[in-house]
Design a protein around this ligand. Structure first.
Ligand code: IMP
Length: 432
Protein backbone atom coordinates (compact mmCIF):
# COMPACT_ATOMS: atom_id res chain seq x y z
CA UNK A 1 0.00 0.00 0.00
CA UNK A 2 1.24 3.43 -0.75
CA UNK A 3 -0.10 6.97 -0.72
CA UNK A 4 1.71 8.99 -3.32
CA UNK A 5 1.29 12.65 -4.27
CA UNK A 6 2.33 13.87 -7.71
CA UNK A 7 2.95 17.61 -7.82
CA UNK A 8 4.00 20.06 -10.50
CA UNK A 9 7.38 21.52 -9.55
CA UNK A 10 7.25 24.54 -11.89
CA UNK A 11 4.43 26.73 -13.28
CA UNK A 12 2.21 23.87 -14.42
CA UNK A 13 2.23 21.95 -17.71
CA UNK A 14 5.15 19.81 -16.54
CA UNK A 15 3.67 16.64 -18.03
CA UNK A 16 2.04 15.38 -14.81
CA UNK A 17 -0.81 13.75 -16.74
CA UNK A 18 1.48 11.28 -18.42
CA UNK A 19 3.43 10.50 -15.24
CA UNK A 20 0.19 10.03 -13.28
CA UNK A 21 -1.15 7.75 -15.99
CA UNK A 22 2.09 5.77 -15.93
CA UNK A 23 1.97 5.29 -12.13
CA UNK A 24 -1.82 4.84 -12.00
CA UNK A 25 -1.47 1.42 -13.60
CA UNK A 26 -0.83 0.09 -10.09
CA UNK A 27 -3.22 2.42 -8.24
CA UNK A 28 -6.71 1.54 -7.06
CA UNK A 29 -7.58 5.25 -6.70
CA UNK A 30 -6.43 8.44 -8.41
CA UNK A 31 -7.68 11.70 -6.89
CA UNK A 32 -7.44 15.32 -8.07
CA UNK A 33 -7.24 17.66 -5.09
CA UNK A 34 -7.40 21.25 -6.38
CA UNK A 35 -7.95 23.47 -9.41
CA UNK A 36 -10.65 22.99 -11.98
CA UNK A 37 -11.00 22.93 -15.72
CA UNK A 38 -8.25 25.55 -15.96
CA UNK A 39 -5.91 22.55 -16.14
CA UNK A 40 -5.39 20.48 -19.20
CA UNK A 41 -3.28 17.66 -20.37
CA UNK A 42 -3.15 15.33 -23.28
CA UNK A 43 -2.43 11.67 -22.64
CA UNK A 44 -1.39 9.51 -25.56
CA UNK A 45 -2.27 5.82 -25.34
CA UNK A 46 -1.22 3.95 -28.46
CA UNK A 47 -2.79 5.82 -31.36
CA UNK A 48 -5.41 7.54 -29.21
CA UNK A 49 -5.10 11.01 -27.69
CA UNK A 50 -7.20 12.05 -24.72
CA UNK A 51 -7.55 15.66 -23.63
CA UNK A 52 -8.41 15.88 -19.94
CA UNK A 53 -9.19 19.00 -17.92
CA UNK A 54 -11.03 17.95 -14.80
CA UNK A 55 -11.04 14.18 -14.64
CA UNK A 56 -7.92 12.39 -13.33
CA UNK A 57 -5.98 10.50 -15.99
CA UNK A 58 -6.56 7.27 -14.05
CA UNK A 59 -9.91 7.22 -15.87
CA UNK A 60 -8.08 5.84 -18.92
CA UNK A 61 -7.26 2.65 -16.98
CA UNK A 62 -10.23 0.29 -16.60
CA UNK A 63 -9.31 -0.96 -13.11
CA UNK A 64 -8.76 2.48 -11.55
CA UNK A 65 -11.31 4.45 -9.55
CA UNK A 66 -11.08 8.23 -9.75
CA UNK A 67 -11.96 11.04 -7.41
CA UNK A 68 -12.53 14.75 -7.89
CA UNK A 69 -11.82 15.98 -4.37
CA UNK A 70 -13.42 18.71 -2.28
CA UNK A 71 -10.52 21.07 -3.04
CA UNK A 72 -11.49 21.12 -6.72
CA UNK A 73 -13.89 23.64 -8.24
CA UNK A 74 -16.25 21.92 -10.63
CA UNK A 75 -18.08 23.37 -13.58
CA UNK A 76 -21.15 21.12 -13.98
CA UNK A 77 -21.30 21.72 -17.73
CA UNK A 78 -17.55 21.17 -18.26
CA UNK A 79 -17.84 17.98 -16.18
CA UNK A 80 -20.69 16.62 -18.28
CA UNK A 81 -18.89 17.54 -21.50
CA UNK A 82 -15.73 15.73 -20.42
CA UNK A 83 -17.55 12.61 -19.23
CA UNK A 84 -19.54 12.42 -22.49
CA UNK A 85 -16.44 13.12 -24.57
CA UNK A 86 -14.64 10.20 -22.91
CA UNK A 87 -17.68 7.99 -23.44
CA UNK A 88 -17.48 8.74 -27.16
CA UNK A 89 -13.90 7.49 -27.05
CA UNK A 90 -15.02 4.28 -25.34
CA UNK A 91 -14.16 5.26 -21.73
CA UNK A 92 -16.98 4.86 -19.25
CA UNK A 93 -16.89 6.84 -16.00
CA UNK A 94 -19.91 5.24 -14.27
CA UNK A 95 -19.09 3.64 -10.91
CA UNK A 96 -15.43 4.59 -11.26
CA UNK A 97 -15.56 8.36 -11.06
CA UNK A 98 -16.65 10.09 -7.87
CA UNK A 99 -17.13 13.78 -7.22
CA UNK A 100 -16.85 15.15 -3.70
CA UNK A 101 -20.05 16.51 -2.21
CA UNK A 102 -17.84 19.29 -0.86
CA UNK A 103 -16.39 20.50 -4.19
CA UNK A 104 -17.57 24.01 -5.04
CA UNK A 105 -19.44 24.57 -8.29
CA UNK A 106 -18.48 27.08 -10.94
CA UNK A 107 -21.53 28.87 -12.28
CA UNK A 108 -21.87 31.14 -15.33
CA UNK A 109 -21.47 34.29 -13.21
CA UNK A 110 -18.06 33.14 -11.99
CA UNK A 111 -16.92 32.99 -15.60
CA UNK A 112 -18.35 36.45 -16.28
CA UNK A 113 -16.54 37.86 -13.23
CA UNK A 114 -13.26 36.22 -14.25
CA UNK A 115 -13.50 37.83 -17.69
CA UNK A 116 -14.48 41.19 -16.23
CA UNK A 117 -11.47 41.26 -13.92
CA UNK A 118 -9.11 40.10 -16.63
CA UNK A 119 -10.30 42.87 -18.95
CA UNK A 120 -10.25 45.54 -16.24
CA UNK A 121 -6.55 46.32 -16.69
CA UNK A 122 -5.57 44.36 -13.56
CA UNK A 123 -5.57 40.97 -15.26
CA UNK A 124 -3.01 38.27 -14.49
CA UNK A 125 -3.67 36.17 -17.59
CA UNK A 126 -6.12 33.65 -16.11
CA UNK A 127 -7.75 30.92 -18.15
CA UNK A 128 -11.09 32.79 -17.78
CA UNK A 129 -12.80 29.62 -16.61
CA UNK A 130 -14.23 31.23 -13.45
CA UNK A 131 -11.73 29.52 -11.16
CA UNK A 132 -10.68 32.56 -9.08
CA UNK A 133 -14.21 33.94 -8.48
CA UNK A 134 -15.47 30.49 -7.47
CA UNK A 135 -12.69 30.12 -4.87
CA UNK A 136 -13.41 33.71 -3.75
CA UNK A 137 -16.98 32.67 -2.94
CA UNK A 138 -15.70 29.62 -1.09
CA UNK A 139 -13.43 31.74 1.11
CA UNK A 140 -16.16 34.36 1.57
CA UNK A 141 -18.39 31.50 2.81
CA UNK A 142 -21.03 32.12 0.18
CA UNK A 143 -19.93 29.33 -2.15
CA UNK A 144 -22.19 26.60 -3.49
CA UNK A 145 -20.96 23.03 -3.02
CA UNK A 146 -21.99 19.98 -5.01
CA UNK A 147 -24.20 18.90 -2.06
CA UNK A 148 -25.96 22.30 -2.24
CA UNK A 149 -26.26 22.07 -6.01
CA UNK A 150 -28.11 18.77 -5.64
CA UNK A 151 -30.81 20.33 -3.45
CA UNK A 152 -32.96 22.59 -5.69
CA UNK A 153 -34.48 24.68 -2.91
CA UNK A 154 -31.13 25.44 -1.29
CA UNK A 155 -29.48 26.03 -4.65
CA UNK A 156 -32.14 28.53 -5.70
CA UNK A 157 -31.81 30.45 -2.46
CA UNK A 158 -28.01 30.58 -2.63
CA UNK A 159 -27.97 31.73 -6.26
CA UNK A 160 -30.40 34.56 -5.46
CA UNK A 161 -28.26 35.60 -2.49
CA UNK A 162 -25.01 35.48 -4.47
CA UNK A 163 -26.34 37.41 -7.44
CA UNK A 164 -27.42 40.10 -5.02
CA UNK A 165 -23.97 40.19 -3.37
CA UNK A 166 -22.20 40.38 -6.76
CA UNK A 167 -24.82 42.60 -8.40
CA UNK A 168 -22.72 45.78 -8.56
CA UNK A 169 -20.06 44.07 -10.67
CA UNK A 170 -22.34 41.78 -12.65
CA UNK A 171 -24.83 44.46 -13.64
CA UNK A 172 -22.04 46.12 -15.63
CA UNK A 173 -22.08 43.13 -17.95
CA UNK A 174 -25.63 41.92 -18.29
CA UNK A 175 -29.01 42.30 -16.60
CA UNK A 176 -29.07 40.09 -13.48
CA UNK A 177 -32.25 38.42 -14.71
CA UNK A 178 -30.51 37.12 -17.82
CA UNK A 179 -27.58 35.79 -15.72
CA UNK A 180 -30.03 34.04 -13.44
CA UNK A 181 -31.75 32.53 -16.47
CA UNK A 182 -28.41 31.21 -17.67
CA UNK A 183 -27.72 29.58 -14.28
CA UNK A 184 -31.01 27.71 -14.37
CA UNK A 185 -31.30 27.05 -18.12
CA UNK A 186 -29.87 23.53 -17.95
CA UNK A 187 -29.90 23.05 -14.18
CA UNK A 188 -32.29 20.10 -13.86
CA UNK A 189 -30.48 18.07 -16.46
CA UNK A 190 -27.01 18.89 -15.07
CA UNK A 191 -28.12 18.11 -11.54
CA UNK A 192 -29.42 14.70 -12.62
CA UNK A 193 -26.22 14.08 -14.53
CA UNK A 194 -23.96 14.81 -11.56
CA UNK A 195 -26.06 13.04 -8.92
CA UNK A 196 -24.79 9.47 -9.42
CA UNK A 197 -21.18 10.65 -9.26
CA UNK A 198 -21.52 12.68 -6.06
CA UNK A 199 -20.13 10.96 -2.95
CA UNK A 200 -18.32 11.55 0.32
CA UNK A 201 -14.97 11.03 -1.38
CA UNK A 202 -12.94 11.68 1.77
CA UNK A 203 -14.65 8.62 3.24
CA UNK A 204 -14.09 6.57 0.06
CA UNK A 205 -10.37 7.38 0.12
CA UNK A 206 -10.05 6.64 3.85
CA UNK A 207 -11.71 3.26 3.31
CA UNK A 208 -9.32 2.54 0.43
CA UNK A 209 -6.40 3.43 2.70
CA UNK A 210 -7.78 1.09 5.38
CA UNK A 211 -7.93 -1.69 2.78
CA UNK A 212 -4.25 -0.93 2.11
CA UNK A 213 -4.87 0.07 -1.49
CA UNK A 214 -2.59 2.32 -3.55
CA UNK A 215 -3.84 5.89 -3.73
CA UNK A 216 -2.34 8.47 -6.03
CA UNK A 217 -3.13 12.14 -5.39
CA UNK A 218 -2.73 14.37 -8.40
CA UNK A 219 -2.16 18.14 -8.45
CA UNK A 220 -3.13 20.46 -11.23
CA UNK A 221 -0.90 23.48 -12.07
CA UNK A 222 2.40 23.72 -10.19
CA UNK A 223 4.24 25.02 -7.12
CA UNK A 224 4.92 28.45 -8.61
CA UNK A 225 1.19 28.97 -9.19
CA UNK A 226 0.41 28.12 -5.56
CA UNK A 227 -1.73 30.76 -3.86
CA UNK A 228 0.63 30.99 -0.87
CA UNK A 229 4.05 30.04 -2.20
CA UNK A 230 3.88 30.95 -5.89
CA UNK A 231 4.58 34.21 -7.66
CA UNK A 232 1.66 36.01 -5.99
CA UNK A 233 -0.55 37.60 -7.29
CA UNK A 234 0.21 35.85 -10.60
CA UNK A 235 -0.99 32.51 -9.26
CA UNK A 236 -4.04 30.30 -9.29
CA UNK A 237 -6.50 30.39 -6.39
CA UNK A 238 -5.71 27.05 -4.79
CA UNK A 239 -2.84 24.99 -3.34
CA UNK A 240 -1.14 22.72 -5.86
CA UNK A 241 1.69 22.04 -3.39
CA UNK A 242 1.70 18.74 -1.52
CA UNK A 243 0.09 20.33 1.57
CA UNK A 244 -2.99 20.92 -0.56
CA UNK A 245 -3.30 17.19 -1.21
CA UNK A 246 -4.51 16.56 2.34
CA UNK A 247 -6.92 19.50 2.59
CA UNK A 248 -8.19 19.04 -0.96
CA UNK A 249 -8.86 15.32 -0.72
CA UNK A 250 -9.79 14.87 2.91
CA UNK A 251 -7.11 12.33 3.74
CA UNK A 252 -4.75 12.79 6.64
CA UNK A 253 -1.36 14.43 5.92
CA UNK A 254 0.25 11.67 7.98
CA UNK A 255 -1.03 9.10 5.48
CA UNK A 256 1.06 10.59 2.66
CA UNK A 257 4.20 8.54 2.16
CA UNK A 258 5.88 9.93 -0.90
CA UNK A 259 5.86 13.16 -2.94
CA UNK A 260 6.95 12.93 -6.54
CA UNK A 261 7.64 16.26 -8.24
CA UNK A 262 7.41 16.64 -12.00
CA UNK A 263 9.63 19.09 -13.86
CA UNK A 264 10.37 19.65 -17.50
CA UNK A 265 14.01 19.55 -18.57
CA UNK A 266 13.53 23.31 -19.13
CA UNK A 267 10.78 25.67 -17.88
CA UNK A 268 7.53 27.06 -19.27
CA UNK A 269 4.77 29.30 -17.98
CA UNK A 270 1.53 30.68 -19.41
CA UNK A 271 -0.10 33.87 -18.29
CA UNK A 272 1.54 36.95 -16.90
CA UNK A 273 3.95 37.31 -14.01
CA UNK A 274 7.61 36.95 -13.06
CA UNK A 275 9.66 34.33 -14.83
CA UNK A 276 13.33 34.88 -13.92
CA UNK A 277 14.82 32.27 -16.27
CA UNK A 278 12.72 33.30 -19.28
CA UNK A 279 14.54 33.18 -22.61
CA UNK A 280 13.82 36.09 -24.85
CA UNK A 281 15.87 34.71 -27.68
CA UNK A 282 15.25 32.76 -30.84
CA UNK A 283 16.20 29.70 -28.78
CA UNK A 284 12.97 30.13 -26.78
CA UNK A 285 10.91 30.36 -30.00
CA UNK A 286 12.64 27.28 -31.34
CA UNK A 287 11.96 25.25 -28.17
CA UNK A 288 8.30 26.39 -28.18
CA UNK A 289 7.79 24.97 -31.66
CA UNK A 290 9.86 21.84 -31.09
CA UNK A 291 8.12 21.06 -27.79
CA UNK A 292 4.63 22.11 -29.02
CA UNK A 293 4.46 24.50 -26.10
CA UNK A 294 0.94 25.82 -26.48
CA UNK A 295 -1.63 25.66 -23.66
CA UNK A 296 -3.95 22.61 -23.77
CA UNK A 297 -6.83 24.61 -22.29
CA UNK A 298 -6.47 28.02 -23.95
CA UNK A 299 -4.07 27.37 -26.86
CA UNK A 300 -1.91 30.28 -25.66
CA UNK A 301 1.81 30.12 -26.55
CA UNK A 302 3.78 29.20 -23.45
CA UNK A 303 6.68 31.37 -22.35
CA UNK A 304 9.95 29.44 -22.38
CA UNK A 305 12.86 29.53 -19.96
CA UNK A 306 15.84 27.49 -18.97
CA UNK A 307 15.70 25.05 -16.08
CA UNK A 308 15.74 27.17 -12.92
CA UNK A 309 17.47 25.64 -9.91
CA UNK A 310 16.46 28.48 -7.54
CA UNK A 311 12.79 27.94 -8.35
CA UNK A 312 13.07 24.14 -8.22
CA UNK A 313 14.81 24.17 -4.81
CA UNK A 314 11.90 26.30 -3.53
CA UNK A 315 9.35 23.83 -4.93
CA UNK A 316 11.21 20.84 -3.51
CA UNK A 317 11.36 22.39 -0.06
CA UNK A 318 7.75 23.61 0.09
CA UNK A 319 6.27 20.29 -1.04
CA UNK A 320 8.85 18.03 0.58
CA UNK A 321 9.44 16.47 -2.83
CA UNK A 322 11.20 13.11 -2.37
CA UNK A 323 12.13 12.53 -6.01
CA UNK A 324 11.73 14.24 -9.38
CA UNK A 325 10.39 12.97 -12.69
CA UNK A 326 11.99 14.95 -15.53
CA UNK A 327 9.94 15.27 -18.72
CA UNK A 328 10.57 16.45 -22.28
CA UNK A 329 14.29 15.73 -22.25
CA UNK A 330 13.91 14.86 -25.95
CA UNK A 331 12.90 18.46 -26.76
CA UNK A 332 16.38 19.69 -25.80
CA UNK A 333 18.03 17.35 -28.29
CA UNK A 334 19.78 19.19 -31.11
CA UNK A 335 19.32 22.62 -29.55
CA UNK A 336 22.99 23.27 -28.75
CA UNK A 337 24.50 23.79 -25.30
CA UNK A 338 21.97 23.46 -22.46
CA UNK A 339 21.38 26.63 -20.49
CA UNK A 340 20.56 26.36 -16.78
CA UNK A 341 19.77 29.14 -14.32
CA UNK A 342 21.77 28.46 -11.15
CA UNK A 343 21.10 31.71 -9.22
CA UNK A 344 19.59 35.17 -9.68
CA UNK A 345 21.33 38.53 -9.69
CA UNK A 346 19.60 41.62 -8.37
CA UNK A 347 21.32 44.97 -7.86
CA UNK A 348 24.70 43.26 -7.76
CA UNK A 349 23.60 40.71 -5.17
CA UNK A 350 23.48 36.97 -5.83
CA UNK A 351 20.19 35.36 -4.80
CA UNK A 352 19.92 31.64 -4.25
CA UNK A 353 16.59 31.37 -2.38
CA UNK A 354 13.39 32.25 -4.23
CA UNK A 355 12.55 35.84 -3.21
CA UNK A 356 9.20 36.98 -1.75
CA UNK A 357 9.44 40.55 -3.05
CA UNK A 358 7.45 41.03 -6.25
CA UNK A 359 9.95 43.67 -7.31
CA UNK A 360 12.89 41.29 -6.97
CA UNK A 361 10.97 38.44 -8.59
CA UNK A 362 10.31 40.73 -11.55
CA UNK A 363 13.72 42.39 -11.82
CA UNK A 364 16.08 39.52 -10.94
CA UNK A 365 18.25 38.39 -13.83
CA UNK A 366 19.25 34.75 -14.22
CA UNK A 367 22.82 33.58 -13.71
CA UNK A 368 23.07 31.12 -16.58
CA UNK A 369 25.64 28.42 -17.12
CA UNK A 370 26.02 26.26 -20.21
CA UNK A 371 26.34 22.49 -20.20
CA UNK A 372 27.24 20.30 -23.19
CA UNK A 373 24.25 19.67 -25.43
CA UNK A 374 23.25 16.45 -27.15
CA UNK A 375 21.58 15.40 -30.36
CA UNK A 376 19.86 12.42 -31.94
CA UNK A 377 16.48 10.78 -31.48
CA UNK A 378 15.90 10.35 -27.76
CA UNK A 379 12.33 9.19 -28.29
CA UNK A 380 13.36 5.61 -28.92
CA UNK A 381 15.45 5.33 -25.72
CA UNK A 382 13.96 2.82 -23.26
CA UNK A 383 16.83 2.62 -20.78
CA UNK A 384 18.91 5.36 -19.25
CA UNK A 385 22.00 3.92 -20.95
CA UNK A 386 20.29 4.34 -24.37
CA UNK A 387 20.48 8.13 -23.94
CA UNK A 388 23.42 10.12 -25.35
CA UNK A 389 26.13 10.48 -22.71
CA UNK A 390 25.60 14.28 -22.45
CA UNK A 391 21.87 13.75 -21.84
CA UNK A 392 22.65 11.26 -19.05
CA UNK A 393 25.16 13.72 -17.62
CA UNK A 394 22.57 16.50 -17.63
CA UNK A 395 20.21 14.39 -15.49
CA UNK A 396 23.04 13.33 -13.15
CA UNK A 397 24.12 16.97 -12.85
CA UNK A 398 20.58 18.08 -11.88
CA UNK A 399 20.43 15.30 -9.26
CA UNK A 400 23.68 16.47 -7.76
CA UNK A 401 22.82 20.18 -7.78
CA UNK A 402 19.35 19.67 -6.29
CA UNK A 403 20.39 16.80 -4.01
CA UNK A 404 17.43 14.75 -5.19
CA UNK A 405 17.03 11.54 -7.13
CA UNK A 406 15.48 11.44 -10.58
CA UNK A 407 14.03 7.95 -10.94
CA UNK A 408 12.01 8.73 -14.07
CA UNK A 409 12.85 10.50 -17.30
CA UNK A 410 10.31 11.05 -20.06
CA UNK A 411 11.42 11.29 -23.70
CA UNK A 412 8.09 11.59 -25.52
CA UNK A 413 4.32 11.62 -25.06
CA UNK A 414 3.82 7.85 -25.28
CA UNK A 415 3.82 5.77 -22.08
CA UNK A 416 6.57 3.58 -23.54
CA UNK A 417 8.76 6.68 -23.75
CA UNK A 418 9.19 6.67 -19.98
CA UNK A 419 12.59 5.62 -18.68
CA UNK A 420 12.61 4.16 -15.19
CA UNK A 421 16.00 4.46 -13.56
CA UNK A 422 15.47 3.46 -10.00
CA UNK A 423 12.34 1.72 -8.89
CA UNK A 424 13.87 0.80 -5.56
CA UNK A 425 12.53 3.95 -3.91
CA UNK A 426 10.26 2.37 -1.35
CA UNK A 427 6.90 4.06 -1.73
CA UNK A 428 7.29 4.63 -5.46
CA UNK A 429 8.07 0.97 -6.00
CA UNK A 430 4.43 0.03 -5.22
CA UNK A 431 3.50 1.92 -8.35
CA UNK A 432 6.10 0.69 -10.86
P1 IMP B 1 -6.66 30.66 -13.25
O1 IMP B 1 -6.24 29.38 -12.59
O2 IMP B 1 -7.48 30.44 -14.49
O3 IMP B 1 -7.28 31.61 -12.30
O4 IMP B 1 -5.32 31.38 -13.77
C1 IMP B 1 -4.32 31.85 -12.87
C2 IMP B 1 -2.93 31.62 -13.44
O5 IMP B 1 -2.65 30.22 -13.45
C3 IMP B 1 -2.73 32.10 -14.87
O6 IMP B 1 -1.40 32.54 -15.02
C4 IMP B 1 -2.95 30.84 -15.69
O7 IMP B 1 -2.28 30.89 -16.95
C5 IMP B 1 -2.30 29.82 -14.78
N1 IMP B 1 -2.81 28.47 -14.97
C6 IMP B 1 -4.00 27.96 -14.57
N2 IMP B 1 -4.10 26.67 -14.90
C7 IMP B 1 -2.95 26.33 -15.50
C8 IMP B 1 -2.43 25.09 -16.03
O8 IMP B 1 -3.07 24.04 -15.99
N3 IMP B 1 -1.19 25.17 -16.56
C9 IMP B 1 -0.44 26.29 -16.57
N4 IMP B 1 -0.88 27.45 -16.08
C10 IMP B 1 -2.12 27.47 -15.55
Amino acid sequence: MSILVVVGAQWGDEGKGKIVHFLARKAQYVARYQGGNNAGHTVVVGKKRYALHLIPSGILLKQTKNVIGSGVVLSPSAFREEVLGLEKQGISSRKRLFVSLGAHVILPYHILLDGLREDSGRGIGTTKRGIGPCYEDKVARIGIRVCDYLEPEIFKKLVAQNLKIRSAELARLKPLSSIEKEVFSDYASLRNFIKPYAKDTSLLLSQAIERKENVLLESAQGAMLDLDFGTYPFVTSSSPIAGGAATGSGISPSAIEFVLGVSKAYTTRVGLGPFPSEMESKRGDYLREKGHEYGTTTGRPRRIGSLDLVQLRHAIRISGINALAVTKLDTLSGTGPIEVCVAYKWKGKTISDFPWSRKIQQEARPVVIRLPGFSGDLGSARHFSDLPKAAQNYILWIEKKLKISIPTVSVGPDLRQTILRDSSLDALSSFV
